[in-house]
Each structure stands twice: as structure tokens, then as C-alpha cells.
Unconditional design. Sequence first.
Length: 313
Amino acid sequence: MKGLIAAVPTPVDESLAPVKAAFLEHCTWALAAGCDGLNVLGTTGEANSLGMAQRKQVMSWAAGAIDPERLMVGSGLPSLHDTLELTRLAAGMGYRVALVLPPFYYKPVGNDGLVGWYEALDRALGSVPIEICFYNYPQMTGTPIPVEVVERLAKRHPHRFTGIKDSSGDLDYCRTLAARLPGFKVFPGSETALGESAASGFAGCISATVNITAPLCARLLSEGDTNGLGERITALRAEIAGQPIIPSVKYLVGRRSGDEVWQTVLPPFVPLETASRRVLDAIAASLNAPEQDEDEEAIAADAVRTLLRERDA
């Protein structure tokens, strides 16, 4: 899997149970909008706020409706046993790639400890046909995956450890991995890196905001950076990420689909404040407007920036 990948959110109802119809509607839209693949049950999918049974349910919905070649699933948990259970289940459902966090509860964990944990997962999987994509998000886990760890595992087990999603925001980390490990799939966690994918050897991106920016990103990849398209994508990413990002992505998906179920977030998230909703409403309006020329796009961007200043005043 490579290219433009949306880290899809998980809709939940008022009882905090996942909602199948809304989930599959959005997955279908994202693929039709230009995504090459979907990351199910990652951070954006609030996976670590869902129970094991709920995660298995969402996994089955996606695998039953979408070509598994276009899916990767988050299966990483602090427990090696639970990670193994979800990863085996994913392979049985047809998933080809599992996105696996490092063991993030006990600290500090040295390089040998991380290598040992991932190798234990590989041994337990045995001949199970599923690739592992590391998930580096130290701002959330508190446990970074050093370049040395990735390099050791990818070289020892090249058919198992085939890629990494990096959500740290450190593009130098991504560039280093791509340079040291030719053929290893490096996915920055933001679509703002798409412009340098070819030059830096990235496999694409896996991003929360691609749930919103997919049509623009697909144009960027097919047409190139024409008429300031890359700049617009970067600005949209910054504007959305300037609010609580996961509630904001869900809110904007709800604006697009018209389904109110997307307004519900799992604790510890809380509903968006009025000021944030106003900013997001302006973004939604700009995305839903007819094709604009550069002057009109600049006016729309100025309107969003004005709302941001008013919110922060």
C-alpha cells in the first residue's frame, strides 16, 4: 500500500457504540475522492478509546465492504498478547498491513527492549501473512521508535517490517529512514509532505485531515502544484489542526455527509466550542463552494483567518 491514505474516524452514537452505516459511507466517499487507501482504527479512529469487541466489529465492517488491499488496521496495544490477537484476526479478515504502536506503558524502554517486543510479535505471528507498519507517535505514546530500532528490524525481517507511519512531525526522521532503507515505506503523518514525496523517497502520507482534503490532495498528485494548490492544502491542514483535530475532523465529515452522528466524540474528548465550530463551518463552506479562481480562494482563506483571530482574541 502506498499513496494518499486517510486515517479514518469512527462514528459513534449517543451510547458510544460504533455506527456501521456512517462509517462505511465515509470510507466509500474517501476512496471515491481520491484516496489510495484507508487506515482503520488509528489515532483518528479513536481506537484506544474503544473496547476490544468494538475494535473487532469495526475491523470486520471495513474488511467486509472494502478491498483489503486498500486497508491497513491499527492493532497495536501495550499488551503483546492483545496486539497479537488483533493482528492475527486482521490477517484472517484479509488485511495485508497492521499499524502497530510500540509498547507504551512501561518507561523507559531502550532500543533492545523495543526490538525484542517487535521480534516477539513476529515470532508469534509465524507464517501469518500480514506486514507490520511501525507507528511512531511519541507525543501520544511517550515512547519514540528510534531510527536504529526501525533499521535493525527492517533489515532482519524485511518481509514482516515493511513501513512506518510517523506522526511526530519530524520530516528529518522520515528522510533519514527513507535514505537508509530503500524500498521501506515511509509515510509522514501530514499531507503537507506530499510535495516532496518523490524527492525524499516517501511512500505517500497517512493523515487525519486527508478525510477533508482528499479531493485537493488527489489533484495535487495528478496535476502537480498548480495555482497554489499545495499552499492551499497546507493552509487547510493548519486551520483544521489549529482546533482539537479529531473532533474537528469528525465535525467536518458530518458537515459533508449531513449525518449528525459524527458530532459525538469518545471521552476524554469533549464537544467543540462555538468558536471552533465557526472556524470549521467557514472551512466547510469554502470546500463546498464552486470552483474558485485564485483571488476568490484568497478571499475565502482570509475569511477563515479572520475567524481564527477572533477566536484567539
